[in-house]
Design a protein around this ligand. Sequence first.
Ligand code: AMP
Length: 425
Amino acid sequence: MSIKVQSVRGMNDLLPSETHWWQAMERAIHHVAAIYGYEEIRLPLLERTELFKRSIGEETDIVEKEMYTFLDNRGDSLTLRPEATASCVRACIQHGLINRSKARLWYMGPMFRYERPQKGRYRQFHQFGIEAFGWTTPDIDAEIILVAHALWQQLNIAEHAQLEINSIGTPEARQRFRADLVSYFGNYRDSLDQDSQRRLVTNPLRILDSKNPNMQEIIEEAPVMTDYLDSESAARFDRLCNLLASQDIGFTINHRLVRGLDYYTDTVFEWTTNLLGAQNAICGGGRYDGLVELLGGGPIPGAGFAMGLERLIEVLRQSNYDAELARPQVYVCTLGSDAEVEGLNLAQELRAEGIRTTVHCGGGKLSQQLKNADRASAVLGVIIGADEITSRTAIVKSLRTDAEQQSVVRSEIVETIQGMLHSKQ
Ligand code: AMP
């Protein structure tokens, strides 16, 4: 027997038993993006390595140790995208999408990071993200947060999503903050864990992000970014808070929130959930005013977010979201060849009305067919046998309630079924 080939660790198949969750979530994403006026952009999975090094930052975890990078046949260094903001900016510059006009864009698809796989953390995972280019004002920061919130509402999980926001100011302000952090943490060098000692040199802001309980006391006393904000950044942050409050979006200000990517400026935010364990971040984003220029475009500001779809699916499961599943609303059982044709006709009429309909295939006894209907979790069963062909009727039966089955004349079946589905019979 030959050895079975397995999938790559941390890269998961999405099986039919879960894809209905994905489809429901994707429908909600399409809907929310459309009602907020965002347009879809589709980007390649592979980019030049340099794109991520320059944008995300050489000294970030992602670039230092998490990228899938390889040389192609010509010797060019390519990387499977670990996130899509950089690709999106690259595409916008390359195709002149944002030179003269503003743009609201969204994308969805797989990302790749060589992390240690665990629950909620995979090597291939999916993100939905939006990016808004061309606005310097905090109204757009509020808008992108509203888009995420609209999605939580659409998926019925708003009560499980908590928002934290912060301002990390301009690069100049951050430079001053960084210098003070280095000297503060430098005083505690021996008490810092290994990660933080490394970050003291490479990326001291990330020490504030440390989840290590032994580090919390030191972190608590560290300088706070808010004290370094210039008046413009402080006013912008105030305005954002006011706008969010005006729309009844609850949030907490977390002065320690810094995010792991270098390109952020001013606003940063993160949505977490109480329904997941350690990997509880479901969406992160912020403003990145210097990124377009850094990647060779004009001085065009940007803001956006990315959300992790595997984690979102897990939240949906935990919150018992009714994904309408893949389950049929109507299951059509037929007995005999004339009934089979009539069953097909009826199914096409129901489908034309948008009703999810499965026709029993493979024949067999009625009891067996009904058992299949039940197993498929259909709401209603329709039975057509020889008698029904003669009388031009069909039997309609609720599979979820004890209601009596009824014989309905053929011309009224679609309407009857619509009515029953509407009243959730
Ligand atoms: P980031 O691009 O790191 O800000 O991540 C944005 C979101 O993507 C996070 O809030 C997570 O929901 C999700 N995410 C990031 N890394 C992973 C991963 N390795 N596996 C699954 N989801 C992830």
